[in-house]
Design a binder for this molecule. Structure first.
Ligand code: C5P
Length: 233
């Protein structure tokens, strides 16, 4: 899949989501559906957005025993999403089981990417709560390599880590990066941010952009600006 902007549709209901998507008349953006919307509306919201012609990243971050994740992925594969994800912390066995579950009878499957360490986890929390003593950057790279070796297609990471992930895991291994802000925009609660143009420079394959588009006065214009800066079209 070629470089693209994914809009994080962090809305609480079907109505709010569709009202937002209705603003897009001449383009069909790639959208991310997260836990909030999925748990509120169930699989039908995924089918509905797919029917409207959008590509979908279903961001449910699965993490359980391999058998449970395999069975859950076997359900998700029928939703015909384009990308979905899990936690690399579930280990190689869980990631391999996830791929098995996600693969359809004809051999096709959605792209599967891994969350490494959440950006909300810092070195201190990792050491105290998880008893992981290595530097967090090293842990992120190790999780990325583990995901790659398990057969996954990429990772969610900070745009600041995307270049290093490509160095370690190869150019083909996808980097999907949130934490993107316009040069003249609000940072909000994101700590380490990058502009769409800088994310492109560093080699992100997909940027996930929420509030700079969803909370903009003109979301369609903000989306198109983002695409111009990131994809260059
Ligand atoms: O509104 P904003 O652009 O900050 O939204 C970013 C999106 O990416 C949100 O859906 C957020 O949950 C997600 N995300 C993130 N940082 C991560 C992983 C996911 O911001 N490390």
């Amino acid at each position: 899949m070629k470089r693209d902007v994914i809009i994080a549709c962090d809305f609480a209901s079907r109505e709010a989501t569709l009202a937002f998507l209705d603003k897009f008349t001449d383009v069909k953006p790639f959208v991310k559906i997260g836990m909030e919307l999925y748990y509120a509306e169930g699989p039908e919201i995924v089918r509905e957005i797919k029917r409207r012609g959008h590509k979908i990243f279903l961001d449910l971050k699965l993490h359980d025993i391999p058998n449970t994740v395999k069975k859950a992925m076997a359900v998700l594969r029928n939703l015909d999403v384009d990308v979905t994800n899990l936690h690399a912390a579930g280990t190689t066995a869980m990631m391999k089981a996830a791929i098995e579950g996600l693969t359809r009878e004809d051999g096709t499957r959605p792209l599967l990417i891994a969350v490494t360490q959440l950006t909300s986890t810092d070195q201190e929390a990792m050491e105290k709560d998880l008893l992981i003593k290595e530097p967090i950057d090293e842990v992120v790279m190790h999780y990325a390599e583990t995901a790659k070796n398990a057969g996954l297609d990429g990772v969610v990471c900070s745009p600041l880590e995307a270049g290093k992930v490509h160095d370690r895991c190869g150019k083909q291994f996808l980097t999907v990066t949130p934490g993107v802000r316009f040069a003249d925009g609000d940072v909000g609660d994101q700590k380490r941010v990058m502009t769409p143009a800088a994310a492109r420079e560093i080699g992100s394959d997909f940027i996930v952009v929420g509030r700079p588009i969803t909370a903009a006065e003109d979301p369609v214009a903000a989306y198109k600006r983002c695409v111009r800066e990131f994809v260059g079209e």
